[in-house]
Design a protein around this ligand. Structure first.
Ligand SMILES: NC(=O)c1ccc[n+]([C@@H]2O[C@H](COP(=O)([O-])OP(=O)(O)OC[C@H]3O[C@@H](n4cnc5c(N)ncnc54)[C@H](O)[C@@H]3O)[C@@H](O)[C@H]2O)c1
Ligand SMILES: [Zn+2]
Ligand SMILES: [Zn+2]
Length: 414
């Protein structure tokens, strides 16, 4: 089969690799129809996530049709399903608490040692995301093996097309959990750093959960415009001092909760960020947490800090004293995707959440390497890329998404 494979920093290829096979009775094999590139894939692309190996198959946002099932899979051939990026057994102490991304059974023993050493405990498994999290082959491929197929995948109805449900695999639940972790109370003002797909879904979720105001921060005009369209007020961080602006907008109090949807690769020419960048270039540090530092300093006293952005190790100049003295609560984590797929699918069916507005590009799996480069280099005009395999049914929608409208208008004005 054809698959996108990682070969080192900024080196993604499309290779012919062996087809996956059923290994365990609970496995299923899916023929992938749609798969997306995530901001998390950029951390792999930039070489910041340890334990990747040359030839690893990428991709943790995917869906497709069931073509083979193990004897204990509850899926049936021909069903269409979306697969959570977290590989979770459904039976362990953590899965029973619905902390699916902490699953204790899904990281095979030959790869769990690395995470034991780095994190203190074995991490749960994830598709297409390094050997620290199980070394599972990802879904940016024509076929994929889905372990624990009796608990992970959600079967989707035929009247919803791929683009409407694909993001149940990750970014939609991630934005939702990010807002949930901000413990929003009616009337709250929530500030969101980063208007990538995760930030945009966090903004949408925060408004659904009753936030009175959401303030979105980024520097890409198209992404900020999408945030504004959702109902957020915006701060372009090149045009304003973010902390001053937030104080001014909240009568000096600060936002009730802050959400970091940027993660370990913060942009910005501030002194702390330049120092982080130099250290990262010299492999002396993995984290560039400028946005998180700013979020903690901006948050009101007694407020909440939600961190869906991915971090990989130890952060320098972390404002621990500020966190403590201001009495902030922090909630973070890889998303417990399986906990959210069903309620969010219901909300998609009822038209309560919009899932397609942020898609800017559709491309073939074969164009994957080129799309990774665009996703990395041109974040203003690439707001979300969906790759379609040759197996995808039907033509892609002819009408433009709001993201495509905004980008088209910007390009015509340029
Ligand atoms: N917790 C989870 O389970 C989970 C799941 C998916 C993604 N993620 C993580 O969420 C983060 C966002 O993902 P994404 O797909 O939206 O990525 P993305 O790269 O598309 O978006 C990140 C956005 O942050 C903005 N940004 C950078 N520096 C900033 C700063 N200093 N202030 C404000 N904005 C800034 C960028 O301009 C960009 O628009 C990534 O770290 C990703 O790994 C976590
Ligand atoms: Zn993702
Ligand atoms: Zn488990």
């Amino acid at each position: 089969m054809r698959a996108l494979t990682w070969h080192g920093r900024h080196d993604v290829r499309v290779d012919t690799v062996p087809d996956p096979e059923i290994v365990n009775p609970r496995d299923a094999i899916l023929k992938v129809t749609s798969t997306a590139i995530c901001g998390s894939d950029l951390h792999l692309y930039d070489g910041y996530i340890p334990t990747m190996r040359a030839g690893d198959i990428l991709g943790h946002e995917f869906m497709g049709e069931v073509v083979e099932t193990g004897s204990k899979s509850t899926l049936k051939k021909g069903q269409r399903g979306v697969v959570p990026f977290t590989v979770s057994c459904g039976d362990c102490f953590f899965c029973k608490k619905q902390q699916f991304s902490a699953c204790d059974n899904s990281n095979p023993s030959e790869t769990s040692d690395a995470s034991m050493m780095l994190m203190g405990h074995e991490m749960g498994g994830a598709f297409g995301y390094a050997h620290l999290t199980g070394g599972y082959a990802g879904g940016q491929a024509e076929y994929v093996r889905v372990p624990y197929s009796d608990v992970g995948p959600i079967v989707v109805p035929d009247h919803l097309d791929d683009d409407q449900v694909l993001f149940l695999s990750d970014i939609l639940p991630t934005g939702w959990m990010a807002a949930e972790n901000a413990q929003i109370e009616p009337g709250d003002t929530i500030a969101v750093w980063g208007c990538g797909p995760v930030g945009l879904f966090a903004i949408q979720s925060a408004l659904i959960m009753g936030a009175a105001r959401v303030i979105a921060i980024d520097h890409f005009p198209t992404r900020l415009e999408l945030a504004k369209k959702l109902g957020a007020e915006i701060i372009h961080y090149h045009q304003a001092n973010v902390r001053d602006a937030l104080n001014e907008m909240t009568g000096g109090i600060g936002p009730d909760a802050v959400i970091d949807c940027v993660g370990m690769e913060s942009h910005g020419l501030t002194i702390d960020n330049i120092a982080d960048q130099v250290k990262a270039q010299l492999y002396l540090a993995t984290e560039r947490p400028h946005a998180l530092r700013q979020a903690i300093l901006s948050c009101r006293k007694g407020g909440r800090v939600s961190i869906p952005g991915v971090y990989g190790g130890f952060a320098d100049k972390f404002p621990l004293g500020q966190l403590m003295e201001k009495g902030l609560t922090v909630k973070t984590g890889q998303t417990h995707v399986q906990k959210y797929t069903k309620p969010l699918l219901e909300m998609i069916e009822e038209g309560k959440v919009d899932t397609t507005f942020l898609i800017s590009h559709h491309a073939s799996l074969e164009a994957g390497p080129e799309m990774y480069k665009h996703w990395h280099d041109e974040q203003n005009s690439y707001t979300k890329i969906v790759l379609k395999t040759a197996m995808a049914k039907g033509a892609v929608e002819e009408t433009r998404t709001p993201a495509q409208e905004i980008i088209h208008r910007e390009m015509s004005n340029a």
